[in-house]
Design a protein around this ligand. Structure first.
Ligand code: IDP
Length: 627
């Protein structure tokens, strides 16, 4: 393990004490000017047209898909209506969208002029989730000051002013009451807003006019356990609307500096979001990594931080634009979430799914089961998201433990795993599955079953059988098949679990978000290999192979570990098909080592991994029989 000497420890201490989340940056707002850009009706009209086209075309367009929903604004005296535009989350990774706003509402004035009514933040990603959010890219392309805002744990609420003086209050994609729930998110937000304005003696119309004057949307987090419990606690003393941003209502993303947001919060009775401003990116990284160790900051559990800064595609030269990324803490947040899901499973009589923290979670469930049996009301309330935190805290108190310590406990479940691992790629042709399989086999002596070598009828059950037979001979097996469709994953997961109760299935998910690059890279690779291969020399064959590859890409369904069937995987390792097999090999090994330290006891030296990939690419002749 790593060892920290006295100097490093001192540095760490000073870093931690230097930065405390504060809601007192509003005093620094004096020297700052709020950005302002007015709306250009022509630009807005073009945006709405582009969105409308995409909404009509649906997924077929090959571009992005967006869903439009119209809402009547109940409190508008002139009968105003707004349209909500909802993108698919994964589409935000595509280039050239007309806007990257997550949460967008448009409307028309009484004279028919199109307007952006609400503008959310540009969709932002977790650290290392995209190429742009790798630390190296962040260091290279962004500049400070870096504003770290606490990721409050509630639901987002947007507030703005319509032409007729109506205050528009929306949740991410809707506004107004709903018939299926007692109180919608936007209505709950509006109630808080009314209460806070009343406390300071201002009216909704005044706030509407103020926001309209600024051509801006106020963005706040509604945190209130009495309305809806999330993972972190917000009792009456903490409940309310936490203002965290103010965006200009234009297609491009321009947002206020955080001290001005805090100042606005003070002026309009919002709660302020905790803020830390750090100038240097290395300090940002060190700070986040330190807090991540505990999942708590300033004595309070936090889910993570949103980091706001400026980014340029031409660093040093500019122009720079507003850009966010997030840093979500893993623990104890993830353990708490598992406890919550397991408790709900218990209540509904289902089998709880325990993936990590096996021992402590089993203990927790034993405790929860007793409490639920003793008090029948508890289950009902729990299902309505009440009492989640109390039950969890009661258990921790009974164990006399802190949440972070519980999450850090040696995880007997994973630690005891030394064999019976099945690696399941989720990929398309040319992603490098076989290369990876051959390299792993060479390094660790694992088994490798290729679907391409199984011919004839009833291939899926025979593939499963071959994998399980191989598992008898080896500690792990690489189940070499594309599994691009959920259906195929379901088959494998179900069949394996029926026949082998202790096998663990780990998905190797070749992420296909950047579909154009994936297409380009895999086609190049496969055509390249065809040059050395008699079977696909003619151009017609090349087209045929590309046709088959396109078929897989078309059928590809990304892995979603939250949903059936992918929730059946014991772990999912994300890989980048365009990154090269050497890099992916290392990611797989490191992750397996992290997940199952007694199975992959150590990461082999770089040279050994280089050698294994070289061996796989050179000596192994891919078999195109199946194609
Ligand atoms: P698949 O099993 O996912 O269809 P592979 O057969 O492993 O993919 O790889 C497709 C082709 O690409 C092979 O010729 C392989 O040697 C080559 N290849 C694999 N990884 C890389 C890489 O990192 N760079 C360049 N070529 C690669």
């Amino acid at each position: 393990g790593s060892h920290m000497d006295g100097t490093a420890e001192k540095q760490r201490d000073s870093l931690a004490s230097r930065y405390k989340a504060s809601t007192d940056y509003a005093k620094d707002a004096e020297g700052l000017t709020a950005p302002y850009v007015s709306q250009d009706p022509q630009e807005t009209a073009a945006l709405v047209r582009a969105l409308d086209d995409a909404a009509k075309k649906g997924k077929k367009s090959g571009g992005f898909s967006v869903k439009k929903t119209r809402y009547a604004v109940a409190s508008s005296p002139t009968g105003a209506e707004v349209d909500s535009w909802r993108f698919n989350d994964w589409d935000y990774k595509k280039p050239d969208l007309p806007t990257y706003a997550r949460g967008l509402f448009t409307t028309r004035t009484q004279h028919g002029v199109p307007e952006i009514a609400v503008r959310g933040y540009d969709k932002f990603f977790n650290i290392d989730e995209t190429r742009d959010t790798a630390w190296s890219a962040i260091r290279e392309r962004t500049k400070g000051p870096y504003e770290l805002t606490l990721k409050e744990n509630g639901c987002i609420i947007f507030i703005s002013g319509l032409e007729d003086g109506t205050l528009l209050v929306c949740s991410k994609h809707s506004t107004g009451d709903r018939s299926d729930v007692a109180l919608s998110h936007s209505s709950a937000g509006e109630k808080h807003l009314e209460a806070q304005l009343e406390r300071i003696g201002k009216t909704k119309e005044e706030l509407a006019r103020e926001l309209r004057k600024r051509n801006a949307t106020a963005v706040a987090e509604l945190c209130d356990d009495s309305f809806e419990e999330h993972i972190l606690a917000y009792g009456p003393d903490k409940a309310g609307l936490y203002l965290h941003g103010i965006n200009l209502n234009i297609p491009e993303f321009i947002t206020y500096p955080s001290p001005l947001v805090q100042k606005f919060a003070e002026d309009w009775g919002f709660r302020k979001t905790g803020l830390i401003i750090i100038d240097n990116i290395d300090d940002v990284k060190a700070f986040l990594e330190e807090v991540a160790e505990t999942g708590a900051h300033d004595g309070r559990d936090v889910e993570g931080f949103v980091i706001r800064c400026k980014k340029s595609t031409n660093p040093g030269v500019g122009p720079y634009h507003d850009w966010f990324f997030k840093y979500k803490f893993e623990e104890p947040y993830l353990m708490y979430r598992q406890w919550r899901e397991c408790t709900k499973a218990l209540i509904s009589g289902k089998q709880p799914k325990i993936k990590k923290h096996v021992k402590i979670t089993e203990e927790y469930l034993l405790y929860a089961r007793k409490r639920l049996a003793a008090d029948p009301k508890l289950a009902k309330l729990y299902n309505q998201n009440h009492g989640i935190i109390k039950l969890r805290n009661d258990f921790l108190e009974y164990k006399n433990m802190k949440g972070t310590d519980a999450a850090n406990l040696e995880d007997d479940g994973a630690a005891s795993v030394t064999r019976d691992i099945i690696l399941v790629p989720i990929a398309t042709i040319g992603c490098g599955k076989t290369t990876l399989g051959v390299a792993l086999t060479k390094l660790f002596g694992w088994g490798h079953i290729q679907n391409d070598n199984i011919t004839g009828s009833k291939r899926p059950p025979r593939f499963t059988k071959a994998v399980l037979d191989e598992l008898n001979e080896h500690p792990a097996v690489f189940a070499d098949r594309n599994n691009s469709m959920r259906q195929e994953r379901k088959q494998l997961l179900t069949d394996v679990k029926m026949q082998h109760t202790t096998a663990r299935l780990v998905a190797l998910h070749f992420v296909h978000d950047d579909i154009n690059t994936v297409r380009k890279v895999t086609q190049e690779r496969v055509i390249q290999r065809g040059d050395n291969h008699q079977t696909i020399q003619a151009a017609t064959d090349v087209n045929k192979v590309i046709g088959i590859m396109e078929g897989f890409i078309h059928r590809f369904e990304p892995c979603d570990p939250e949903k059936d069937p992918d929730e059946g995987f014991d772990a999912v390792i994300d890989l980048d098909p365009t990154a090269g097999s050497r890099e992916n090999l290392e990611v797989v090994i490191r992750e397996l080592h992290r997940l199952y330290p007694n199975f992959v006891k150590e990461v082999p030296p770089a040279e050994a991994m280089d050698e294994a990939i070289k061996f796989a690419m050179e000596s192994y002749k891919p078999d195109l029989r199946h194609i």
